[in-house]
Design a protein around this ligand. Structure first.
Ligand code: EPU
Length: 329
């Protein structure tokens, strides 16, 4: 499985199967799966800690189509198959003047994984543009369409990761995009990067290119260093917890939510002294403490040992429990 996870962890599975169409997938499911199974996408959020004693399945279907929205003017419905590379899909949309996905450019992974953990970056989440998700029920091989409101999207979460985890394979996603470009530039580092280039009204391509630059100035490129992107989620705390912490730590980095605050896990980890440090061959990325990186031949157990040490120190120092964003196998 080493080439199927961006952390580059060495691992094996009983069997690995890729499907180039829904028909192929259904044919496989019709035969019955008599072993544990795991559905993967681009492997950019996965940490293998052991041999997987079952079959690993991946949709590798390709194709993107664009239709006008039947009811809403200036809106298009873009359907992308699960196996399309996410970044290529975003660039395809820009090229075809379908707007709304620009801020999600350069996120590693495949289209089919985007709804599962509601990927997000630079002020936009996949849920903001998802219209519906098509998936196959693994037990019956029957298709089902999930309207966006049925997907129970939350911060790095959806029904596919919670209530229906392991029950469906997503085969395509339809996005509702606009034919009119409205740049979303609330994220400060993005505004700064545009200003530095003397750009006040970015074109869609300028926006996507600048986001790509900002992204790679903070995060390791998968081809240069193994990682799973943000390893932890930013923890959500009550207003009372936030106020108590803010009194003790005036520099605390936090963002208001309707019912509390989201703390910056990167800041907590940095304050706990872990930024740039390593344990064995696994390290905390020097430019972004939320990212754990593979310094070469690192094992899943080393990743977990480092994650546990960080979690324990952050808990001791701030009383806050970090939750993993990455999926541990
Ligand atoms: N910060 C630190 N030290 C660090 C890292 C961050 O103090 O080492 C503080 C800084 O004040 C910084 C703030 O935290 O301004 C926010 O950092 P950043 O903008 O890098 O965002 P993040 O909250 O650490 C989240 C997502 C990223 C996404 C960025 C940008 C999660 C778990 N991560 O990171 O998503 O790219 O925002 O929108 O929500 C991913 O999920 O894999 C991912 C990379």
């Amino acid at each position: 499985m080493q080439i199927y996870n961006t952390f580059g962890l060495e691992a094996t599975a009983n069997q690995y199967v890729e499907f180039s169409s829904e028909k192929e997938l259904c044919h496989f499911l019709d035969q019955g799966i008599n072993q544990p199974y795991l559905v993967v996408g681009g492997g950019s959020n996965l940490v293998f800690t052991r041999h997987y004693p079952g079959v690993v399945m991946r949709m590798a279907n390709k194709g993107i189509s664009i239709q006008s929205h039947p009811q809403t003017p200036n809106t298009v419905l873009v359907t992308a198959t699960a196996g399309e590379v996410w970044d290529e899909f975003v660039r395809y949309c820009i090229l075809h003047q379908c707007y709304g996905a620009e801020n999600l450019v350069a996120i590693p992974g495949c289209v089919g994984a985007a709804p599962v953990q509601n990927v997000g970056a630079y002020g936009v989440e996949a849920k903001d543009i998802i219209h519906e998700v098509r998936a196959i029920h693994i037990a019956t091989a029957q298709p089902r369409i999930f309207k966006a409101q049925e997907c129970q999207f939350g911060y790095r979460s959806s029904i596919f990761k919670t209530q229906l985890s392991g029950q469906y394979i997503i085969t395509s996603v339809t996005f509702s995009l606009s034919t009119q470009f409205t740049p979303q530039v609330e994220y400060q580092a993005l505004r700064d990067a545009l200003t530095n280039q003397g750009i006040s009204h970015p074109t869609p391509t300028q926006l996507a290119d600048t986001i790509t630059q900002v992204r790679w100035s903070k995060l390791p490129r998968p081809e240069e260093m193994g990682s799973a992107g943000s390893f932890f989620k930013n923890p959500e705390v009550s207003t009372a917890e936030y106020e108590a912490l803010k009194e003790r730590y005036p520099d605390l980095v936090a963002f208001p939510l309707p019912n509390g605050y989201k703390l910056s896990a990167g800041w907590l980890i940095q304050q706990a002294g872990w930024k740039g440090r390593s344990l064995g061959r696994c390290g905390v990325y020097a430019k972004q403490a939320l990212v754990l990186v593979n310094h070469g031949q690192c094992t899943g157990s080393e990743v977990l040992a480092l994650a546990d040490a960080i979690t324990s120190d952050v808990k001791k120092l701030f009383g806050v429990s970090l939750q993993k964003e990455a999926i541990i196998i």
